[in-house]
Design a binder for this molecule. Structure first.
Ligand code: PMP
Length: 385
């Protein structure tokens, strides 16, 4: 059976070229980068080269990159680490399109005396700039937004939210987890204090991430220990992971234009094929969206049934955010966009990687039409007339 993997948002393979670059840092250059002796020098050099490669991806300075264990840790560090300096500013602003790691961190902070408010979004899952400008004010400590929704793929008006946040004197954190591999982002162009980058989402090793901390941003560590990473992330460094993330960032930057164009071609073909199925509609913005994301709702059918039937036919996809799948709750993003519960439950997320082909896309659109037909023929809510 042909297997097609269209779930890049949940996991992507580590590039072979990346693994190759990592290996010597496991077997030969295994010294501790903090060691003064010769064996510390190679890992230290590898670590600093990688820091520069990650920094280059977003045009940052190397010293502004703090390596972490992944996006979730970076987000926690960004939010928890800066709030002790917020003083009388008590309001944290996030959005209903953020990843659960942002929402959960912000919700936990609420219990320690901070207020939590949500930026309004429109029917495309895009933050509403006009209405946001009224609520980001001088009581706001930090605004956290994703550059792209991890579920519906809608790209966010980061420049406008940056301007509003800076006018209000609030810090701005942007979650680049889903976009860094496919959409350029430049910290010298968009005024941002903190930005999260994830290694696996760059086709680098898992268990690695980074937080961009703009020079001058007041932030404290979540961990006490040896004071590595400018005191912001104690613990002996994962040098192979850093080298892998650096290599992935370098390759992602070199290939970004080609990668995005390839993904856009596949995505548009996929969206066209899927929305040809009667009673199906695209979720998210029609044009301002991640190159690799197609999120489609199919009326009168249920997401989990479609997912399982696709799986039986060798196709791997997701119903929404990986976390929401575990609880089988309707996606908060889709509900916030104004979809009804049954529409949210009938939505599927197809996310492409550079390893996918037109033949994969044709295979999936063909199978999808058959599956939807079959499920609708059994559906009590589908009027066969
Ligand atoms: N932010 C976004 C936008 C995500 O999509 C994810 C999940 N890939 C995360 C944060 C958390 O990433 P991780 O589970 O790798 O820490």
């Amino acid at each position: 059976m042909k297997r097609v993997y269209l779930d890049a948002a949940t996991s992507m393979p580590t590039m072979e070229a990346v693994v190759k670059e990592m290996l010597p840092y496991m077997t030969e250059n295994y010294g501790n980068p903090s060691s003064i002796h010769e064996m510390g020098r190679f890992p230290r050099d590898g670590m600093e080269r990688s820091r520069k490669e990650v920094a280059d991806l977003i045009s940052a300075k190397p010293e502004e990159i703090i390596f972490t264990s992944g996006a979730t840790e970076s987000i926690n560090l960004a939010l928890r680490g800066t709030l002790p300096f917020a003083k009388e500013r008590k309001k944290i602003m996030i959005s209903k399109i953020c990843h659960r790691s942002v929402r959960a961190t912000a919700t936990a902070l609420k219990t320690s005396g901070h207020d939590l408010e949500f930026l309004p979004i429109d029917k495309f899952g895009m933050i509403d700039v006009e209405r946001s400008s009224g609520i980001i004010d001088n009581g706001t400590s930090i605004v956290s937004i994703p550059f792209a929704s991890n579920e519906v793929g809608t790209l966010q008006p980061v420049r406008e939210i940056s301007r509003i946040s800076k006018d209000a004197g609030a810090l701005l954190h942007i979650d680049l987890t889903m976009s860094a591999f496919q959409v350029p982002f430049d910290v010298t162009d968009v005024d941002v204090d903190l930005a999260t980058i994830s290694s696996p989402d760059l086709m680098g090793p898992k268990g690695m991430g980074a937080l961009y901390v703009r020079n001058g941003t007041r932030i404290t560590s979540l961990l006490q220990g040896g004071g590595q990473e400018r005191g912001l992330r104690s613990g002996s460094e994962n040098v192979p992971g850093m080298v892998g993330m650096g290599a992935a960032a370098r390759i992602a930057k070199e290939r970004m234009e080609e990668t995005s164009q390839g993904l856009i071609d596949l995505r548009d073909h996929l969206i066209n094929g899927l929305t040809e199925i009667p009673h199906s509609n695209l979720n998210g913005h029609p044009t301002e969206r991640l190159p690799n994301n197609a999120n489609v709702r199919f009326e009168f059918v249920e997401g989990e049934s479609m997912l399982l039937m696709l799986d039986m036919n060798g196709v791997s996809i997701a119903t929404g955010s990986a976390c929401a799948q575990k609880t089988l709750e309707a996606s908060k993003t889709l509900l916030a966009m104004g979809l009804k519960h049954e529409e949210a439950h009938g939505s599927l997320m197809f996310t492409l990687g550079p390893y996918n082909t037109m033949s994969d896309v044709n295979h999936v659109t063909g199978i999808m039409a058959e599956i939807v037909d079959e499920l609708r023929s059994m559906s009590p809510t589908f009027n066969k007339e």
